[in-house]
Design a protein around this ligand. Structure first.
Ligand code: SAM
Length: 210
């Protein structure tokens, strides 16, 4: 218990700020036409939902969302689908086989899971448009800035009018060694037509029809 608290404190106060300071410069291009998957956190199937993902789920629970078509990026342990499938339609994507297998084996009504690299244009092959796209790790696993920006525009294209992307500031800061953090201002440049609203950690990026 004490050891876990010490480990947590070291991560929070030493490792995490150090990573922010030494963040690699954004790689503009990876020079791959089809972006390669770059992800090193491994399967999240048996790991607890991250705090940023949890906050998104709490926010949507408070909104009492119903009959929404939702795209959940980063399936993990399928907590998102378990929470919302009964009254909504959930598609989820992952690049990890056992997360996919588990999601399919759950056999939940209104829940589909696909193996798909979110930084690739394959995203546009998803069969429907969405009211909500939830992604707590927008740039965390990005191969390069170009493909990250393409992904953001693809998310926007996948939204229904008045739909929104929901993310969290913690995940926007988290990045793997090859990737980079992003700010709300970065996102405003990529999606100038979007309307942004921020509530503490939660960031909402809306496709507003005026
Ligand atoms: C650290 S786990 C987090 C799981 C869950 N979202 C949470 O926060 O509890 C990262 C998730 O992102 C997914 N992922 C990583 N890179 C991806 C990519 N390029 N395209 C789609 N999913 C990706 C992984 O498959 C995994 O489900």
């Amino acid at each position: 218990m004490i050891l876990r608290s010490i480990k947590k404190a070291i991560k929070k106060f030493i490792i995490f700020p150090f990573r922010q300071l030494t963040a690699p410069k954004k790689k503009k291009f990876c020079n791959q036409q089809i972006p390669k998957i770059k992800y090193t956190d491994g399967s999240w199937l048996t790991i607890a939902t991250t705090p940023d993902q949890q906050r998104i789920e709490d926010y949507l629970t408070l909104q009492q969302i119903t009959v929404k078509q939702i795209l959940h990026i980063g399936t993990g342990n399928s907590s998102f689908a378990k929470k919302f499938h009964a009254t909504n339609f959930i598609d989820s994507i992952t690049i990890v086989d056992d997360e996919l297998d588990y999601a399919i084996a759950l056999n939940l009504p209104n829940y589909r899971c696909f193996k798909l690299n979110k930084y690739s244009n394959d995203l546009l092959r998803l069969p429907v448009k969405y009211d909500i796209i939830s992604d707590n790790n927008l740039s965390s696993f990005a191969c390069c800035q170009q493909h990250f920006e393409e992904m953001m525009r693809n998310y926007f294209a996948l939204l229904k009018p008045n739909g929104y992307i929901i993310t969290d500031k913690k995940g926007m800061a988290y990045h793997q060694d090859f990737a980079f953090p992003i700010t709300v201002d970065d996102l405003k440049i990529i999606l100038p037509e979007a309307k942004f609203s921020i509530q503490e950690h939660t960031v909402i990026i809306e496709k507003k029809l005026d």
